[in-house]
Ligand binder design. Structure first.
Ligand SMILES: *[C@@H]1O[C@H](CO)[C@@H](O)[C@H](O)[C@H]1NC(C)=O
Ligand SMILES: *[C@@H]1O[C@H](CO)[C@@H](O)[C@H](O)[C@H]1NC(C)=O
Length: 513
């Protein structure tokens, strides 16, 4: 039996909670931040499936508090009131329809599970929640779950304020309130079972896994306790015995006692060092240069690749929340951002998540964005605006849709084409001109220096003419952008001027003429 299990594990069949459960050769997911379920269903069918996206991380689907001061901030969705599927993104019927339609075209749904806490202590009492459920933060009463005062950690927290006051104290971080959010007592079996019941309802509907929000603020053993109660995935779309994919939000930049590695037993962990460092390198801060990316990954002190969930930016740190600081690249710095996402998608390290944002009226005062709270594009009644699609395939209504940018979408496809191929043929000029390949399937080259580049480098690819998938792509057996000729010895000449719209070029075997 033991030998059989080892064999199954070796064959990758027992990868369990580390496996994203995407269909084969779909290697990235996209976070459609604050999108409505009906728009996601459409996007799965009309765009994500045809372009090889593996899945979607959706915003929290459970009922949350309605905050009117400021007016409907995005972070109200991180303040649960109940586990009814009922938010600005849609109701339970719409959620089920989305999961079904996305799964039917091979695009998976991952739920952002907010289970560390309920709403903030200042929430008050009433029915100002997205489904109208009553709650009272004074008595810690959430009858729609139900939770009562017994189900919270107040007795366990030993700071004067009841808040986390010191991130150097692992007990405070797990047992006290994070930004006043009422902290659930996850050591109680009732709380664990209630959370598992909510997650099991989602699993039975057909979701493929979960992002565990604020995982650093829960004990790894408490997370394990509710994960152990989870069902296997719905056999309508997944094979018998498939476990949900788990990735835990643990912000570990290496400066606090709590380490991401404490959570590896439960599933993957968000590698926040990834975007912070990549932003620093591309901005050339702290003396960094792209040549140093030669040993990117574990060589930079990151967690093991098969435990990492990686991203250039997320919904928190793209607006100065969460972690990472000013180095984080976002759609606001589009040119460097595309290079960063291109690098991430070409590089074999980690499981990759692409961000898809909405625009907000960013406004800095004393170095801080005073509008960092802005919720999604919405109508006067507070309802979220539809994602409209323009004739040129970009999105309207202030949805940024980075995942539809040609350079990013084509690199999602690149990653699928080179899946499983080794990191190879690294080249650099000792500065900010670098290149690498993925076996004999794909090759990418960057010029982030301030001078023009023209080099002959080994690509590892078969001889032929390839379409650059950054400046264009292959269409009707022609290149809509630049062309690259690889000669019989695998070498090719690449010219990238510093004033290029995008100073990088990527080619792969599916874009060969
Ligand atoms: C690469 O950078 C070095 C400086 O480190 C520079 O002298 C050289 O010309 C660059 N090489 C190319 C091919 O541009
Ligand atoms: C790079 O090439 C462009 C286009 O040929 C030219 O206009 C520009 O002056 C060159 N830049 C440098 C720094 O040599």
């Amino acid at each position: 039996m033991k030998i059989l299990l080892l064999l199954l594990a070796a064959a990758g069949l027992c990868w369990g909670q580390y496996n994203p459960n995407t269909v084969p050769k779909r290697t990235s997911i996209v976070h459609l931040f604050e999108w409505r379920w009906q728009d996601i269903a459409e996007e799965c069918e009309r765009y994500l499936a045809p372009n090889g996206f593996g899945g979607v991380q959706v915003s929290p689907p459970n009922e949350n508090i309605v905050i009117t001061n400021p007016n409907r901030p995005w972070w109200e969705r991180y303040q649960p009131i109940s586990y009814k599927i009922c938010t600005r993104s849609g109701n339970e019927e719409q959620f089920k329809d989305m999961v079904k339609r996305c799964n039917n075209v091979g695009v998976r749904i991952y739920v952002d599970a907010v289970v560390n806490h309920m709403c903030g202590a200042a929430g008050g009492s009433g029915t100002h929640s997205t489904c109208g459920s009553y709650f009272n933060t004074g008595t810690e009463d959430f009858p729609a779950v139900p939770y009562s005062g017994w189900d919270f950690n107040d007795g366990k927290c030993h700071t004067g304020s009841g808040e986390i006051e010191n991130y150097g104290d692992i007990y405070q971080v797990r047992d006290c309130r994070l930004s006043s959010l009422l902290d659930l007592a996850l050591e109680k079996d009732y709380v664990r079972s209630t959370i598992a019941e909510y997650m099991n309802r989602l699993i039975d509907i057909g979701v493929a896994g979960f992002r565990i929000d604020a995982a650093k603020h829960m004990w790894p053993g408490d997370i394990k306790a509710f994960l152990d109660k989870l069902h296997n995935l719905n056999t309508q779309w997944f094979s018998e015995g498939t476990k949900p994919f788990i990735y835990q939000e643990v912000i570990d930049l290496g400066t606090e006692p709590i380490k991401g590695s404490e959570y590896f037993g439960n599933g993957r962990v968000t590698e926040f060092k990834y975007g912070a460092k990549l932003g620093t390198v591309l901005r050339k801060w702290d003396g960094e240069k792209m040549a140093y990316l030669k040993n990117w990954g574990e060589g930079w002190g990151f967690m093991p690749s098969d435990r990492a969930l990686v991203f250039v930016d997320n919904h928190d740190n793209q607006r100065g929340h969460g972690a990472g600081g000013a180095s984080i690249l976002t759609f606001w710095d589009a040119r460097l951002y595309k290079m960063a996402v291109g690098f991430m998608l070409a590089h074999p390290y980690g499981f990759t998540r692409v961000m898809s944002s909405f625009r907000w009226p960013r406004y800095f005062q004393n170095g801080k964005d005073v509008n960092d709270w802005y919720g999604p594009p919405s109508n006067a009644d507070g309802s979220t605006k539809a994602v409209t699609i323009n004739a040129d395939t970009t999105c309207g209504n202030d949805w940024v849709c980075e995942h539809r940018w040609r350079q990013i979408r084509n690199m999602v496809i690149f990653r699928n084409v080179v899946d499983g191929e080794p990191f190879s043929n690294w080249w650099d000029n000792g500065s900010n001109q670098v290149a690498f390949g993925r076996g004999n399937k794909g090759f990418i080259i960057f010029n982030n220096d301030n001078w023009n580049m023209s080099v002959d480098v080994q690509t590892g690819l078969p001889a032929g003419t390839y379409c650059d998938v950054i400046s264009g792509q292959k269409e009707n057996n022609k290149c809509t952008g630049k062309q690259v000729v690889v000669s019989g010895d695998g070498k090719a000449n690449f010219q990238i001027n510093t004033d290029a719209e995008d100073p990088f070029i990527a080619i792969h075997v599916d874009a060969k003429l």
